[in-house]
Every structure is written in C-alpha cells, then in structure tokens.
Design a protein around this ligand. Structure first.
Ligand SMILES: NC(=O)c1ccc[n+]([C@@H]2O[C@H](COP(=O)([O-])OP(=O)(O)OC[C@H]3O[C@@H](n4cnc5c(N)ncnc54)[C@H](OP(=O)(O)O)[C@@H]3O)[C@@H](O)[C@H]2O)c1
Length: 246
C-alpha cells in the first residue's frame, strides 16, 4: 500500500465533487468516489484513477458500508467530503411533506451518515471531515425554508462532532457555498435574468464554480491546516455576510 493520503468524496459526480476529485487526484492522493450515478462515476474514475462506490447518500447504513470498504481496500482514511446535496426553492406552505423529508435526507442525513461512519474510522490516526452547508443557512433568503433548515442542521453537526472527535485528531468543518453553477442550479443559472439577479446578490460580482468549492474543500482536508476545526467557511462571493449596494 502507498503512503498517499486516502480521501473519500461522496456526491462526486456533481460540480463540487468532480472538481474536488480532479484536484485531489492531480495532487497525488488516492481517491474513492461515491454517488448514485454509476455511469458518471465510472467516467470520472476513468479520467482520474479514482475507485468507484455506488451509494444512495441518504442511506445511513450504506454510507457506513462505503467507508468500511474504503478502509478495507486502502488500510487508511485521511479525509472524507460529503458533497451530495439538493436544493428546493419553495416557501414552506407549498413544500410537500415528501419534498421536505427528501431535502433533509439528501443534505442532513447524508452528512450525519458520513460523520457517524468516518469519525470512528479516523480515530487512530486522525483525519478530516468536510460537510456542505450553505450561505442560505446564515442569512434569510426567501423560499429556502426546507434547504436552509437542512443546511443549518449541518452547522450544529459540525460543531458537535468537532467537539466529540477533536481529541482523537479528527477535524470536522464545512464549506458554505453561495450560488454555484452546478447540476442542481442549472435551471436558475440558465435563465439569464435570474442569473443576473443572483449575481448581484454576491458582492464579488459572479456566481461560483465547482472549482471554487473544491479549492476550499481541499484546504480543509489538507493536514497542513490541522489546527482548523468546527469552522463553517463561506465560499460564497460574500453572499452569507455582505449586503450589496442596490
Ligand atoms: N450549487 C449551489 O448553488 C449550492 C449552494 C449551496 C450549497 N450547495 C451544496 O454544495 C454541495 C455540492 O453541490 P454542487 O454545487 O456540486 O451541486 P451538484 O452539481 O448538483 O452536485 C450535487 C451532487 O449530489 C448528488 N446527490 C444528490 N442526491 C444524492 C443521493 N441521494 N445519493 C448520492 N448522491 C446524491 C448528485 O448526484 P447526481 O450526479 O446523481 O445528480 C450530485 O452529484 C451540495 O451539498 C449542495 O447542497 C450548493
């Protein structure tokens, strides 16, 4: 077995997940990729040399089995990023029970599943867990009730898990993206009027890319930054903290 760090990326076929996979494999890491689209996972694996683990990230036991398989295969686990997620833009009164439960499962249950499985797997040698919150968990944006609730739950999860596992060298942090050009936002970003209105909400004047998120995820996974835990890093062009003019 090589000395290269071993990372697991869940939600690897999305904009942030695929950019993170490319970034880590280019830097020489061994990367396991997990997600629900087997064909897209295989294509990314062929491109990057990553190993493939099909999983529904909402399934707590299945995520546990993936973590077990990666540790079994490589003998170690240095970092896990959960970049699976969804977005639901609806006011609470128009959100169906099914939509609410699926939003919580896809975003918050998947994050909990990662912490539950990965933290004990990292206890002997330490490691880093990175979850995905959202700028929408920090400021009130209309029609984000379900997704804001799920992404705010991740902030609590990060803080508590960082406290529980920190003494064993396991760091737990999150990125909190603004609006990123991704599969889940394709309709919004594809509508020029809506995209322009969204751009104006970001003081840095542009929407995010998968690479923007990947750079921050790689930073938080990097053991060079091993005095950072319990943080929620806005990668959001300012959206979470700054009100724009006009
Ligand atoms: N894009 C944004 O504007 C934005 C804003 C705030 C927060 N975030 C968060 O940032 C993270 C990365 O998202 P992104 O920007 O890269 O969006 P994306 O391109 O839509 O990627 C999301 C990924 O999650 C995967 N996924 C969804 N449900 C899943 C499930 N049940 N099991 C396994 N995988 C599942 C999707 O799989 P498929 O490939 O099969 O669709 C996709 O690969 C997510 O947690 C997202 O909620 C994104």
């Amino acid at each position: 077995m090589s000395d290269a760090p071993v990372h697991l990326i869940i939600g690897a076929t999305g904009a942030a997940g695929s950019a993170t996979t490319r970034r880590l494999t280019s830097a020489g890491a061994t990367v396991a990729i997990a997600g629900r689209d087997e064909e897209a996972l295989q294509a990314l694996a062929e491109e990057t040399g990553a190993t493939v683990h099909p999983v529904d990230a909402r399934d707590i036991s299945a995520v546990g089995s993936v973590v077990e398989a990666v540790v079994g295969q490589h003998g170690r686990l240095d970092g896990v990023a959960n970049l699976a997620g969804s977005v639901l833009l609806k006011p609470a009164h128009l959100t169906t029970p099914e939509e609410f439960h699926d939003t919580i499962a896809t975003n918050l249950t998947s994050a909990f599943a990662v912490v539950r499985a990965a933290a004990p797997a990292m206890r002997s040698a330490g490691g880093a867990i990175v979850l995905a919150s959202s700028a929408a968990a920090q400021i009130g944006i209309p029609n984000h009730e379900a997704i804001a609730a799920a992404k705010a739950g991740i902030i609590g999860l990060v803080r508590s898990a960082a406290a529980t596992y920190g003494a064993k060298g396991v760091r737990v942090n999150a990125v909190a993206p603004g609006l990123v050009d991704a599969k889940m936002t394709a309709r919004l970003v594809g509508n020029e009027a809506q995209a322009e209105a969204s751009r104006k909400m970001h003081v840095l004047g542009r929407l995010g890319t998968g690479e923007d998120i990947a750079a921050a995820v790689a930073f938080l996974l990097d053991p060079a930054n091993d005095w950072i835990t319990a943080q929620v890093l806005g990668v959001d062009g300012g959206l979470g903290q700054v009100r724009t003019r006009g």
